[in-house]
Design a protein around this ligand. Structure first.
Ligand SMILES: [Zn+2]
Ligand SMILES: [Zn+2]
Length: 69
């Protein structure tokens, strides 16, 4: 079983049932756009948990809950 992304030995199947190595198990979810400025958002982590934060932070403080579409 080989990773569909890089060809290294796969350790598990991802959510789509495709074999992936440990490096590729955390396939990025498509980043949403910032509600304020429209830029791509990055996953950020605070003591309250993970959330989407604007790439332009701290210039832009747009955030979005993780998992909310
Ligand atoms: Zn891989
Ligand atoms: Zn923004």
């Amino acid at each position: 079983m080989k990773c569909a992304k890089c060809g290294k030995s796969a350790t598990k199947l991802n959510a789509q049932g495709i074999p992936v190595c440990s490096h590729h198990t955390k396939i990025k979810i498509k980043a949403p756009s910032c509600p304020n400025c429209g830029l791509e958002m990055n996953i950020r982590e605070s003591k309250y948990g993970k959330f989407w934060g604007c790439k332009a932070f701290p210039m832009c403080d747009g955030i979005q809950r993780l998992g909310s579409a």
